[in-house]
Design a protein around this ligand. Structure first.
Ligand SMILES: Nc1nc(Cl)c2ncn([C@@H]3O[C@H](CO)[C@@H](O)[C@H]3O)c2n1
Length: 236
């Protein structure tokens, strides 16, 4: 019995490419499809989590929003990996910097993703799982950034379940472990990829700095995203 379409994704078999770029915001997926892809078709409008398939420099690629938070990316990326036979998912998103060495608009490649989420408990492991990026995708992203002379930081990030955290010491504690920045999805993407035997990478654009109290204007945010999108497209 076919598992597709799903309650969250109207795509039929074969409508989604082997590599999917995933911003959190579906409107950014629409922007990417309209700006960078050719031969674009829309395969999903369920809950307005827009998804598109097209070609970039002749190569098939899909782009779909994943929403905010681990539960949301947990659903969409699980279905893409396990029901739509997707091989590679590249999350492209924004993050808040913890590291003093990061500047606004810098790119971060999430080599690993710590989390305060309970997502890993489903696997009933006798210890702590380490959600890590696909080495091959990470290597390609680093090379693409080098070719484009875009500075990237590579290291651990935090995927938190809590945007407004009552624990005011949390950021200092994560920073003390060398965590570079904060976002809310990478860890679940990496766990889904590991369980499915597939590949995942998270590339982040620093949109604000937690300690310096600085943040990008919406126009600057768009430029920061341009570098990240072009690095991600260069990997396909
Ligand atoms: N917790 C958190 N904190 C900061 Cl400083 C963020 N900057 C960007 N994001 C991302 O943007 C959304 C929250 O605004 C989430 O999808 C998350 O991945 C952040 N999430």
């Amino acid at each position: 019995m076919s598992r597709v379409p799903t309650p969250h994704n109207a795509a039929e078999e074969g409508q989604i490419a082997k590599t999917v770029l995933m911003p959190g915001d579906p409107l950014r997926a629409k922007f990417i499809a309209e700006t960078y892809l050719e031969n674009v078709t829309c395969f999903n409008t369920v809950r307005n989590m827009l998804g598109f398939t097209g070609t970039y420099q002749g190569k098939p690629v899909s782009v779909m929003g994943h929403g905010m938070g681990i539960p949301s990316i947990g659903i969409y990326s699980y279905e893409l990996f396990n029901f739509y036979d997707v091989d590679n998912i590249i999350r492209i998103g924004s993050a808040g910097a913890l590291s003093d060495d990061l500047e606004l608009k810098d790119l971060v490649i999430a080599m690993g993703a710590c989390t305060d989420s309970n997502y890993a408990s489903q696997y009933q492991l006798p210890g702590t799982f380490a959600p890590i990026a696909s080495f091959v995708l990470m290597q390609k992203a680093i090379e693409e950034a080098r070719k484009k002379e875009i500075s990237v930081a590579i290291g651990n990030v935090l995927s938190t379940d809590v945007f407004y955290n009552a624990n005011k010491g949390a950021n200092d504690a994560w920073k003390s472990m060398g965590v570079l920045c904060i976002e809310m999805e990478a860890a679940a993407l990496y766990m889904n990829a590991a369980k499915a035997g597939k590949n995942a990478l998270c590339i982040l654009s620093i949109s604000d700095h937690i300690y310096k109290g600085t943040q990008l204007s919406s126009q600057e945010r768009q430029l920061g995203f341009k570098n990240m999108i072009e690095v991600a497209l260069g990997i396909i």
